[in-house]
Design a protein around this ligand. Structure first.
Ligand SMILES: O=C(O)CCC(=O)C(=O)O
Ligand SMILES: [Fe+2]
Length: 183
C-alpha cells in the first residue's frame, strides 16, 4: 500500500494566497484535537472550519476531485463520504505552533471513519521555518513536500506530526475522506 502520495501544484500560488486571505478574516478556534480535547502539549495551532467560510466551496470541490483521483490510482480504499468540514490550521512561531505524533483515527462518529487524510500546503515554503509535516508509515520518517500548493495524501491511520514552527507562520488545510471500517 502506498505510504504517502504527493500531488505537486494541485493549487496555484495565487489560489493558496487567496485562501489564506479569505480565512484570515475569520475568527479562529483554539485547535481542538480529535475527540475535542484541548491539550497544548499535543497541538498548538488555531483552526478555521472552512464550511463556515463563504467563498471557499470551490476549494472543497477541488479537494474531493484530488482525493478521488489519488484513491483510484494508489489506495483503492472504500470511500463513501466527506463527513467533516475541511480545516485550515495556523501554526505560529510566536507560540511554537506544532502537532505531535498522532494518527487521525479518533473515537468520534466521523473521526472513527477517517480513511484518507489530505493536507494542502497553503504557505510559501520560504515564509516560515520549522513546521514540517512528517509521516511515519514504517521505520522511517518521510517529510512532506512543502512547496506551496502541493497536496500530500496518506492513510489516516498513519502516524504523522508537524514539527514546531520557529519563525513565521505556516498555514495548511486538511480534509478527510471517510468510509466503512478496514477489513
Ligand atoms: O498541518 C498539517 O500539516 C497536518 C495537520 C494534521 O495532522 C491534522 O489536522 O490532523
Ligand atoms: Fe493529523
Amino acid at each position: 500500500m502506498l505510504a504517502l502520495h504527493t500531488m505537486p501544484a494541485a493549487f496555484s500560488k495565487s489560489e493558496c494566497d487567496a485562501i489564506i486571505r479569505r480565512i484570515s478574516d475569520v475568527p479562529t478556534d483554539e485547535a481542538l484535537l480529535v475527540g475535542r480535547n484541548r491539550d497544548h502539549n499535543l497541538r498548538k495551532s488555531q483552526l478555521v472550519w472552512t464550511d463556515e467560510v463563504e467563498g471557499t466551496e470551490w476549494v472543497m470541490e477541488r479537494l474531493i476531485d484530488l482525493v478521488r483521483t489519488a484513491n483510484r490510482a494508489h489506495f483503492e480504499f472504500d470511500l463513501t463520504e466527506f463527513a467533516e468540514s475541511p480545516q485550515v490550521a495556523i501554526y505560529k512561531a510566536s507560540d511554537s505552533g506544532h502537532f505531535v505524533w498522532h494518527s487521525d483515527i479518533g473515537s468520534g462518529a466521523a473521526a472513527g471513519k477517517r480513511k484518507l487524510t489530505l493536507v494542502l500546503q497553503l504557505s510559501d515554503a520560504d515564509s516560515y521555518e520549522g513546521g514540517d509535516l512528517e509521516v511515519m508509515p514504517g521505520a522511517h520518517t518521510l517529510t512532506a513536500n512543502r512547496t506551496q500548493g502541493c497536496v500530500s495524501i496518506f492513510p489516516s491511520f498513519t502516524l504523522h506530526q508537524v514539527t514546531p514552527v520557529t519563525s513565521g507562520t505556516r498555514y495548511s488545510m486538511t480534509v478527510w475522506a471517510h468510509g466503512p471500517a478496514f477489513r
